[in-house]
Design a protein around this ligand. Structure first.
Ligand SMILES: [Zn+2]
Length: 250
């Protein structure tokens, strides 16, 4: 995913999947919140919906994304947030942390905790099976997640990242239903039958910039997919958690 490209943000969330997350977020926001930082706001599909009720600031690294914001914005990384400590009642961070490598993730979490006076709301894909959405370049063999996700979170891992200053007050697992792949079936489909995830039209390999991917469907790979449908149940895609600063930290 190229965050700086105009095209990334033009039709971002064209399926309107953000509506569910906005409703959930509004229900999660405590009643004493007035100021919000949307850390990694993207094109503001969530941020712009908060303007009517809150003083919101959007922060993102991409100028192309920030063009769509209808509130004050700051171009910066979530790993280095240019605000003093406790600047906002609540800091929200939606679908951002899963894109960060380990070092950036550590920094980002520290920054969210630093600028939040009382609350942090985080949403991420819930226990995502990252390998399922790997593409494989037919030219150089490079493999990578189609949306650039590098992290998979459970409730426990998020709680440990936010500790000790913040604790989990409210949480939900919700959203579109999604089916994992049985690891052995996935291995067979990807390694032997050469059907990996399709990164979409116009996508290029991050390493060699070619546009050829191992995505062919065969009778056998279709059979594997059907078998997986029988063996694996669907489950909701997102986790959202409301974290509260402990009284001793206020
Ligand atoms: Zn390649």
């Amino acid at each position: 995913m190229n965050y700086l490209a105009e095209s990334t943000w033009e039709n971002y969330d064209s399926a309107h999947q953000a509506d569910l997350r906005i409703a959930k977020l509004l229900a999660f926001l405590p009643s004493d919140v007035e100021t919000i930082l949307d850390a990694g706001c993207g094109n503001g599909i969530i941020t712009n919906k908060l303007i009517a009720k809150y003083q919101v600031t959007g922060l993102d690294i991409s100028p192309a994304a920030l063009k769509y914001l209808q509130c004050p914005v700051v171009q910066a990384s979530v790993t280095e947030i240019p605000f003093p400590a406790k600047s906002f009642d609540a800091v929200i961070c939606n679908e951002v942390l899963e894109h960060l490598d380990n070092a950036a993730l550590q920094k980002a979490v520290q920054e969210l905790k630093r600028v939040a006076a009382k609350y942090i709301i985080i949403s991420v894909p819930h226990q995502e099976q990252l390998e399922k959405l790997y593409y494989r370049c037919a030219n150089c063999g490079f493999t990578e997640h189609v949306y650039g996700h590098l992290q998979s979170f459970s409730e426990d891992t998020l709680v440990s990242y936010l500790a000790p200053e913040f604790y989990l007050k409210n949480r939900d697992v919700f959203g579109p239903l999604n089916r994992d792949f049985k690891p052995l079936l996935l291995k067979i489909r990807q390694r032997w039958l050469k059907q990996w995830s399709n990164p979409g039209s116009g996508a290029k390999c991050s390493r060699c910039q070619q546009e050829k991917f191992e995505i062919k469907k065969t009778i056998l790979s279709k059979g594997i997919n059907s078998l997986n449908v029988l063996l694996e149940r669907k489950r909701p895609y997102w986790f959202m958690g409301l974290f509260i600063k402990k009284a001793a930290e206020l």
